[in-house]
Structure formats: structure tokens, C-alpha cells
Design a protein. Structure first.
Length: 330
């Protein structure tokens, strides 16, 4: 047995679902429910760009899988399975040994079970560069049921799930910088922000609600402002966001109270992995009620209009511009 075969058999074959054929074949076999269509998404993550090489293997595993589940949720899709490609460094900051792999695989398996998305295949290689992972996730929707980015219409209301900005602020916490606001925050609030950066919380419970009511949807990965601009551009519409309505956690509110300039980082920083969607005005109350019943907080933050471009206004109704609209992973 080769080293790669041994690694797969020891750490990843136990996570495989039926479609993975025990990870003993060259390909997986997926059978979506009758009358449904496949939804496929992929995200690649690299140490030094998407996470720190010294982050806990559990956090790396969860982030790699959850960012893909977030995409499925925003499309209204139910999980079906995922592929994992893992490039393990020969040297560098990350110490990839049996203990690291055990912890990584255990956390990956726990998330796979929790989100009902079994491992069905993948690949492992060694690399002279940093640790890299790529997850390809498969979901399914009823035929014609996937919610695309390009369906927003003038008059629609703009909604976002959860809270915005925690991860962007959490990155500053993870860096351990010297910014004044960091020194003034409580340990519990700093831990809350750091956790949101390390381990996203995909809103999978919202998927059927999105599928029923949303006219357009995507997940917020590169920053609310930039992703909203993308949504409006592909829909051929203009949009407005009222910044005072953007939902913030207690920790993010405390940070902004200490340093008002953090509002820009909150809105443009990325890694939120919340659902950003548009809903027809006549469906807004039903959408809110069904989201509540699903256990997911949603907040109306703006509206869609005819035209082109996006605008942001503060609580006094004054226009706000940002030095950048989104975080770039390139």
C-alpha cells in the first residue's frame, strides 16, 4: 500500500458516504433525488491567505467545508456530498503529522455528519509550498429551483442573515495587532470575533426558505458591500443599503463604538458567510416568518431599484463611500 493509499484508508475512508464507494475507486457515484438538479460549488483555501498555517487543524477542516456549505445554502440547495483535495507541505510552519491528520479528519467527520454531507472522494498530494485544501460540494434542488444571483427586481427588499463584520474584526484579533480598540475590548468579545473568523456558521437551515421566497441570492464571502454590488450588477439593477440597519453582533457593536472607522472594515472585510438575498415586497413578511421558524435571524437592510450601481447611507441619511468595496483573496 502506498503512503497516499494508507493516508486515505486511515483518516478519510471512515468518513465516506455510500456514494464514495469506500474511497476505493477512481470516482464517486452520486444519485440526486428524482426530479432534482445538481448544484456544484468549489472553494480553494491556502495557508497565509484564507487561514494561518498554525491554526488548529479542527478550525482549518471546518472552515474548508463550511464555506462551501454556505454557497449551497445561498442557492437553496440541500447537501449531497463533497470532494476533498489536500496538498500537504513538506516543510514550513504547519506541522502535518499523524496527530494533526487525526484531529483534522475527526473535525471534518463531525461537520460532515452534522451538515449531512458525506465525503465521496478526493485526492492528496505533497507540496513544497503552503498547506492547501480544495473542497467541491454537491447539493440538489427541485428542478428549476436553484436561486441565482441575477433574479433581483426593482421593488425587492434586500435581506442578510446573521450578523456582519465579526470575521473581518476577528482577523484583526487573530493577527494580534496593536489597534486601540483591541486593547479596550473584553476577552469574551475578542474570543467571539476570533471564533467567527476561524469557524464560519453556514445558514443551511435557511436554504428551503431562500428557495421558496428569494428572487436572487448569494453568500457574503468578500464583504457585504462588494458582494451586494455583484448581485445588483448581474441582476441589472441598482440597490441601496442603509448601514444603520446592517445587523452587528454585540462584539462588533462594541468595537465600532470604540472606533467608528471600523464601519468600513465591517461592511467590506469579508469572510462573513452569511446569506445575502432579495425578496419581493409582497413576500417579505412571509420570508421573515419562515426564517424565524427555521431559527435563522434575517434583517432587511435595503431595497432594489431600477438603474445601475449601489449606494450606502448612514443613519442620518448621508451617502457613504468606501476606499474599497471588498476583500480580495488574490
Amino acid at each position: 500500500m502506498s503512503l497516499e493509499d494508507d493516508l486515505i484508508a486511515r483518516y478519510f475512508a471512515p468518513l465516506a458516504g455510500a456514494g464514495g464507494l469506500g474511497l476505493r475507486d477512481d470516482a464517486a457515484l452520486l444519485a440526486p433525488p428524482a426530479g432534482s438538479e445538481l448544484v456544484v460549488t468549489v472553494d480553494a483555501l491556502s495557508a497565509g491567505i484564507h487561514f494561518f498555517a498554525t491554526d488548529a487543524p479542527e478550525a482549518i477542516a471546518r472552515k474548508a467545508l463550511r464555506v462551501n456549505i454556505s454557497d449551497l445554502a445561498a442557492k437553496g440547495a440541500e447537501p449531497l456530498g463533497f470532494l476533498l483535495a489536500l496538498a500537504l507541505p513538506k516543510q514550513g510552519e504547519a506541522i502535518i503529522d499523524d496527530t494533526w491528520l487525526q484531529r483534522f479528519a475527526r473535525a471534518l467527520g463531525e461537520d460532515a455528519a452534522y451538515y449531512r454531507i458525506p465525503l465521496v472522494g478526493g485526492d492528496t498530494i505533497s507540496t513544497p509550498g503552503p498547506l492547501m485544501l480544495s473542497v467541491t460540494a454537491f447539493g440538489h434542488v427541485p428542478a428549476g429551483g436553484m436561486i441565482r444571483r441575477d433574479g433581483a427586481k426593482p421593488g425587492d427588499r434586500v435581506y442578510v442573515s446573521g450578523t456582519i463584520g465579526d470575521a473581518a474584526l476577528g482577523l484583526a484579533v487573530r493577527f494580534g495587532g496593536k489597534e486601540t480598540w483591541l486593547a479596550s475590548m473584553s476577552g469574551n468579545r475578542l474570543a467571539q470575533l476570533r471564533s467567527r473568523y476561524l469557524e464560519p456558521q453556514p445558514r443551511l437551515a435557511l436554504a428551503p426558505v431562500v428557495r421558496e421566497f428569494a428572487s436572487a441570492s448569494m453568500d457574503v464571502s468578500d464583504g457585504l458591500a462588494g458582494d451586494f454590488a455583484k448581485l445588483m450588477r448581474v441582476s441589472g439593477c441598482a440597490g441601496v443599503i442603509n448601514l444603520a440597519q446592517v445587523p452587528l453582533s454585540d462584539a462588533a457593536q462594541a468595537a465600532v463604538a470604540l472606533d467608528a472607522s471600523l464601519v468600513e472594515r465591517v461592511v467590506t472585510g469579508g469572510d462573513d458567510y452569511e446569506v445575502l438575498c432579495t425578496v419581493a415586497e409582497q413576500n417579505a413578511l412571509a420570508f421573515e416568518q419562515c426564517a424565524l421558524e427555521a431559527g435563522v435571524q434575517v434583517t432587511m437592510i435595503g431595497a432594489v431599484h431600477a438603474g445601475a450601481g449601489v449606494e450606502f447611507f448612514d443613519e442620518q441619511g448621508q451617502p457613504v463611500t468606501f476606499s474599497r468595496m471588498a476583500y480580495s483573496h488574490i
